[in-house]
Design a binder for this molecule. Sequence first.
Ligand SMILES: [Zn+2]
Ligand SMILES: [Zn+2]
Ligand SMILES: [Zn+2]
Length: 466
Amino acid sequence: MFNAANNILFLFTNSRSTHYMPGESSATLMSILKQIRERPPNVKIPYNLNTTYCFDSESFRYLVASSPPNNIQFDPKHKDSYAESWEISMKECQRLFEYIIQLTPHKVMDTLSLNNAKHIIQLLTKPLADITKNIADNVKQCKEHSVEINEFSGTIEELSHKLYIPSVEIITVPLDRPKTVCSDGECCEEEIINGVTDITYTRECHSPCYLNNSSKIGSTELLKCKAFNQNSNNDLAPGESKQSWLRRTFSEQKPSEQCLICGHSYKKHLTLVYETKMHINDVTDQMVHNEVKSVQMAADLKERQLRSLDKRVAELNAESETIVQSMSMFACFLANNALTPINDAFEQYVRHLIDNERKGFTTSDADSRVTIERLEQMIEQYKDEKALIKSKMNEPNVGSPGLITLAEINACVDRLRMLKHKGGEISRMLDKQSRAKVNRECRCRGTSIKYTGTKTAPVLVAALTI
Ligand SMILES: [Zn+2]
Ligand SMILES: [Zn+2]
Ligand SMILES: [Zn+2]
């Protein structure tokens, strides 16, 4: 994916004063390139005579000024230096084109699709973590219910009321406007429904908050939120006016690591674009209800119900596995295609869900422990899976290294959307996240893009933000 790095060229303008050399910019540029090279994924951007070009347009300006209708008279002694400038710049231009012609073209579509894939992965992180926790809740409910049916010794009539499949669903409620909330125990309310912990963030530390944060928990981006920096202009709502430059300059600029509203660390905060509510829906087969008439039939139905519960547990476990595998692949894909190191947002968010579950300890000790253990196991599985993919990527003697392709990522996203039990919820959550992001970006565009031209030699480092 980094073949684009070979096509990056550095053009230095206004270079007459530095004798047609990069001048002071060179040291800065080299230190940036060194950082990029030394940090994973270690992209080497060539910086040598072939990729650097120095120009000056003074001679062109001289021509325009001295020709009609301007006819400005210059001291003849300057003419030589303009002629020299023209010669050098023209040769540099020719050298530039000759070099460009022989470069291998980089397919721009590749970069665009790459960005698109990265974008979807980022949007999927929180929904997949939420669903993983939800599967853990569902499996726990099914297993408990199996035990209950198995050990049941009441009447046929009572048994008929037990013949259902417990199902915990996540209902996603889109927020009109995103907000930054705190996940500390003091700022949340937990509710235990049938032994399943549901957390509601009760404190809104900043709302509406249009921080471009992709719901990452504890991200340093949060320090740009007004809840941590009163003078921030990074999370303004549409139409909200910026603070005056003067006021910002004279007031405290440094963000606080503690929330100005609730006092807890930024590490406990996150930005929400949708809220989730838990809904327990016990699915009863009406046919079953009517059928229970004899003892033998009750025994058969009990058997059948236990088998259905086992099947559901197995299917949900398989879906959980698919999610973990997909997320491991996504994480490796992101790490391999980024110029800056990426925090593992998935693991961080699952850890946050484990913490939430711990809050419920006092009320439902055993219940929470089962879910926590399961989620912890899942993190381990996720780490192992990532290590396996990474080792495959670095394996020598393989024709093409095991790089993850865009097609594989897209197929993986489709597979997640198609999952029998949780595919629908994943799709809904992903669509809600995308919509919120599009709204936010539409709003940002046009207001915050500013270009300030400078007279100093600009350094062209294109496409480095991918
Ligand atoms: Zn708080
Ligand atoms: Zn904010
Ligand atoms: Zn707060």
